[in-house]
Design a protein around this ligand. Sequence first.
Ligand SMILES: C[S@@+](CC[C@H](N)C(=O)[O-])C[C@H]1O[C@@H](n2cnc3c(N)ncnc32)[C@H](O)[C@@H]1O
Length: 230
Amino acid sequence: MAINARLRTVADFVCGGALVVDVGCDHAILPIELVRKNKVGRVIACDIGEGPLASANRNIKRAGLEEVIETRLSDGLNKILPDEVDHIVIAGMGGDLIARIIGNAEWTRDKKYRFILQPMTSADDLRIWLCQNGYKIEKEKPVYDAGRLYTVIVCAFSGDKIEMSPEYPYIGEVLPDTAEGRDYFLRQISRIEKRLLSLERSKSDHPEKQELTVILNAIKERLGELKCRP
Ligand SMILES: C[S@@+](CC[C@H](N)C(=O)[O-])C[C@H]1O[C@@H](n2cnc3c(N)ncnc32)[C@H](O)[C@@H]1O
């Protein structure tokens, strides 16, 4: 199975010689890529499902990598020991599930771990959870895959509760300095405008209107649009 652009972006953030756990490995496409690119010292491919893990085992065997990639049946990080890894990858799940998996593993509240997270949905909620729980987002990279735009988040535990601007949950550390980054901003602008339109239609004086207008203007300002207006 070929790796897609989404997982390739995740792989790019793994440092050389890393000890990686890939939570929710499914077919083990990412662990196989990491070993083939000589990226990892060791990789544990885990999944909650017996079916996905069987598929992972088949692919690992076919690639001749049984000695390098260990598979493990695990709900989130439950079966991973703190000293086994220094990189924690959680990709292809909803942001709420990713937050729950990290929150359930108290031992990850340690600055030594690098997290590479790729939410399929609810990236906003994930950013809020990370900031409120002391995980600092260091960078993000938006990536198109099969016509859909995702973000890949790199973060680490900082020990401090992180202050967020009102627009932060929507854009995090995405920068509008690439086509994908610009598109990410435009997508969030469109989402907020749609929400504002539906609030306008309801005609109620909803407090969310003012809040969303502030956020919308802040995102537009970051994108440089307001400067172009007469
Ligand atoms: C859509 S696949 C994503 C596979 C791969 N990580 C990717 O990004 O393409 C989600 C995988 O996460 C697994 N999963 C869901 N909840 C999980 C949990 N709590 N712990 C471990 N794996 C989980 C599912 O069984 C499934 O194989």
